[in-house]
Design a binder for this molecule. Sequence first.
Ligand code: SF4
Length: 358
Amino acid sequence: MIPLTLRSSIDGIREDVVLRINLPEAAGPDDGIIETTDEGIIVRHGNATISIHGIEPTEMAGDVLFVQPNRGVVQRLIRKNSPHNTFLVTERCDQLCVMCSQPPKKTHVDMFGHFSVAATLAPENAVIGISGGEPTLYKDDLFGFLKLVGGIRPDLRFHILSNAQHFVSDDATFLGSEIGRRVMWGVPLYSDQPATHDLLVGKTGAFDLLMDGLAILSQSGAHVELRTVLMTTNAQHLPSLANFIASHVPFADPWAIMQLENIGFARNRWRSLFYDHSEEFGAVAEAIDLSRAHGIPVRLYNFPLCTVPTTYRRFAPSTISDWKRRYEARCDGCIGRRQCGGFFEWHPDAMSYRRLGL
Ligand code: SF4
């Protein structure tokens, strides 16, 4: 697994700070200069010295770090060579999804100031991911972040995971603005049946609020990626959900059907929630066929390529973030590995896909 938090010896800094680390010839005022020693990496910024162990300098050059002297750690907020950079802006949430990979907490730490600095130091044309918790619980801060960073960096785009239940009609102006339209909103919808969706997200009335939010996103011309985690509970609903999306959310681009992640709440519920599509792909195939007939782009996220019938593999891009992706021993030498996203680092060996291998 690629390390995102690294133990460090930090001298000359008392407050948390965001720094990009760079080679001397490329350094600007917000850059720490990276040096290599026998003990590891040393980053110098003014009078400050940060010693980082256990990682190669070439892996970190250009990274944007959140330096926390009181904890003795640095977090790699942005890795220059990765397309998977996401800011966790809050751990609070107003839902309690049965499969939540990041179970919510009651407390909130406001990091928007640090994230704003970090985003302005991102590589050219980067996509900045925003997740939670529910980011729009702090909608004013979130929109402020987008306006500030998007104004300074017209090359950046954003991907925000949100339950889309906190938009009001006044938000349409920003959502439809030039900066607002640089956002892809990743919005979960788990069933066309309101009671099932509400049950899965642990919130009465969530489905109706979500439909209101999607209407505002649609009116503003925002970009929406609908996301449906595949579970035993909703697998057989997929064909009717495909028809529902075609008639009620036709602007979805794409509709992503996503395999379950064995972490957070899903870990203890794996036996009851995991749906092995490699054994029974019928409902997924029907949903794909219906979506295509309606002109809705559909994707399969987190589906190992060889678990998908051949004719549907083109809908299954590699989507698992690099830092939490692994392959099995059987993947060595597989001709599909380059296109395949593999498995989550924490995917269980037991209760896994029965049919594997090209
Ligand atoms: S064998 Fe491994 S690399 Fe090949 S398609 Fe299956 S999961 Fe992917």
